[in-house]
Design a protein around this ligand. Structure first.
Ligand code: CP
Length: 323
């Protein structure tokens, strides 16, 4: 189903635009127009007054269902819902729900769909957000499903890049760290195929980008795969650092071998372009030294702030969906 919206164009005239999605599950579902539509909507919402915003989701209820820990995704979704005038129900861990008594995931989702207008879900298993969207008659937003996808993070990453680098097209971007289990890099690498990005995958051999993702990206973009970080720092416009995710390793000895593979310091940035920006979806452990926070390269806390307008835009768009 396509839903139609009216957006102001650069000449201040109203232009009809279609958004093609009823749920936000995977960045693979997005056309380039859908991505640009969300970013434009977020920029519009960011300019609104608190009172204007507070009417957009008045009388709506957002279910915030976090089966896995989160700071940024949950709290920025809940802040966004609050600022749009919605009410929030939900939980921040599975252990306080009837899943603990053996209730199936599908039954949980069908039940909550009777209480809320929009569902936000994070879950440790790949594919759960898609399953939720299939069984729910309400729009579902994926706040991260295991190592698979994190599409709302990608949209806020793109919003941040547009704002602080100044463009989305023709970027050179280095993805560093856990590219195997990193859902944020899976989603962002795919999204950037719409924008002709040259992509550098910098990881230990055991944490390489999954082949099905790198093969698809290579059909549209130049890709370099390497274990060396410092050699490529002077090349890139954006360095996207990630945490080595201890919780995703089936073998903790394997984690111990790679946990400190990359630590970005001011010294390692000495040959970076002056305009190069360092991003990180956070949380970080020790892959970016705190000293980097004070440099002009660091935009990872601005990146967390972008979660608000982008998630406000997504909630507002999906509040108009009829499934
Ligand atoms: N970036 C991100 O998903 O952070 P949280 O795990 O804190 O939500």
């Amino acid at each position: 189903m396509h839903i139609s919206f009216f957006l102001m164009d650069s000449k201040n005239s109203l232009k009809k635009t279609d958004f093609s999605l009823t749920d936000i599950i995977s960045i693979y579902d997005f056309r380039k127009e859908d991505i640009l539509f969300v970013l434009k909507k977020a920029a519009e919402i960011e300019k609104m007054t608190p009172t204007e915003k507070s009417l957009l989701l008045k009388n709506k209820i957002v279910a915030s269902m976090f089966f896995e820990p989160s700071t940024r995704t949950r709290l920025s979704f809940e802040t966004a819902a609050n600022s749009l005038g919605a009410k929030i129900v939900g939980f921040s861990e599975a252990g306080v729900t009837s899943a603990k008594k053996g209730e199936s995931f599908s039954d949980t989702i069908k039940t909550i769909s009777n209480y809320a207008d929009i569902l936000v879900i994070r879950h440790p298993l790949s594919g759960t957000a898609r399953r939720a969207a299939e069984v729910s008659n309400k729009p579902v937003l994926n706040g991260g499903d295991g190592p698979n996808q994190h599409p709302t993070q990608t949209l806020l990453d793109l919003y941040t890049i547009k704002k602080y680098v100044g463009r989305l097209e023709d970027l050179k971007i280095g993805f560093v760290g856990d590219l195997k289990y990193g859902r944020t890099v899976h989603s962002l690498a795919t999204a950037l195929t719409h924008f002709n990005a040259t992509q550098y995958y910098i990881s230990p051999e055991s944490l390489k980008m999954p082949k099905h993702i790198s093969d698809e990206v290579k059909e549209k973009c130049k890709v370099f795969e390497t274990e060396e970080l410092e050699k490529f720092i002077p090349e890139v416009d954006v360095l996207y650092m990630t945490r080595i995710q201890k919780e995703r390793f089936p073998d903790q000895l394997e984690y111990e071998k790679v946990k400190d593979a990359y630590v970005l310091t001011n010294a390692s940035l000495k040959n970076a372009k002056k305009t190069m920006k360092v991003m990180h979806p956070l949380p970080r452990v020790n892959e970016i030294a705190v000293e980097v926070d004070e440099t002009e390269h660091a935009i990872y806390f601005q990146q967390t702030a972008a979660g608000i307008p982008v998630r406000e835009a997504l909630l507002e768009i999906l509040s108009k969906v009829k499934k």
